[in-house]
Design a protein around this ligand. Sequence first.
Ligand code: AHG
Ligand code: MN
Ligand code: MN
Length: 337
Amino acid sequence: MKRTTLTRFLIEQQRHENALPAELRLLIETVARACKTVSHSVGKGALGEVLGSLDSENVQGEVQKKLDVIANEVILEANEWGGHLAAMASEEMDTLYPTPNRYPKGEYLMLFDPIDGSSNIDVDLSVGTIFSVLKASDEVAGRDVTEEDFLQDGRKQVAAGYAIYGPQTILVLSVGTGVYEFTLDREVGAWLLTDADMKMPQGKREFAINMSNRRQWSPGITRYIDERVAGAAGPAGEDWNMRWTASMVADVHRILKRGGVFLYPYDDRTPGNGKAKLRLMYEANPMSYLIEQAGGAATDGFIPIQDVAPTALHQRVGVVLGDKAEVARITEYGKAN
Ligand code: AHG
Ligand code: MN
Ligand code: MN
């Protein structure tokens, strides 16, 4: 079967759908190319001396894995010279990374999580890369980019996606005209279209949450999960299944493919630190953009994530996403409690 390459798919989007400016197309191709390199490093494992931790911590106080830093470098180096970006920001850098002066400054801003699910690297479970693209305001052409330039709400995203380094290496992407999936042909090195219109199935009874945090949840979340666990014998009236991979990319990918709901809610474990784990700008926003494009919903438990006004690059936020009716039910339970 002859499949469409990512390059061809994007050129056709640019030509026919008028959805994709040429500069954004080139930026997405560059990110996709960088993800191939990251995939190669991840796949080498112990043979490539890429496993294990470094002595360093990132700005959020998390111990950095070797691959966190390697992937961050790969993505910076691939993107800094192309002329598409004014600046980048990532989980692994304290502040933004402006396009060096020796290269042309582009009109876009990109935020990324170089390796999502780092705790899974050393045990050979799926990890991934998440990215979000925003447009910089026109005035950055004549001045330095600041963190404020990045603090745009999720609705302003012009593209978002993730790569997942699992049994297959997959790229899931949206530029606002639906969600498309590409699978890496490892022999040829090409991303090939394997789903041109991803829609998440609704009405499936599967939830994803780290149950060990139960003592820290709000009453609404506790009620929702306890009802699912009680199954057919409880108020839900049906049995539910549970899965938790501890890589947001893998959990969200599963939900896109076969439905269900993902929760990493606000909790009371880290007062003063946003009381949540996942980061708004490079985890929650891009995933919410993709989930909404695929027919699902994404809130912080109260309001749509893409309407949350960002105040800091590394801001944390509660995340409830997936099945529309279930996300609405969780919001109801939150109001009632
Ligand atoms: P990262 O590896 O980029 O820091 O992200 C890890 C995140 C996310 O991928 C996942 O959903 C969650 O942390 C897992 O958290 P637990 O360790 O609490 O399961
Ligand atoms: Mn992450
Ligand atoms: Mn990460």
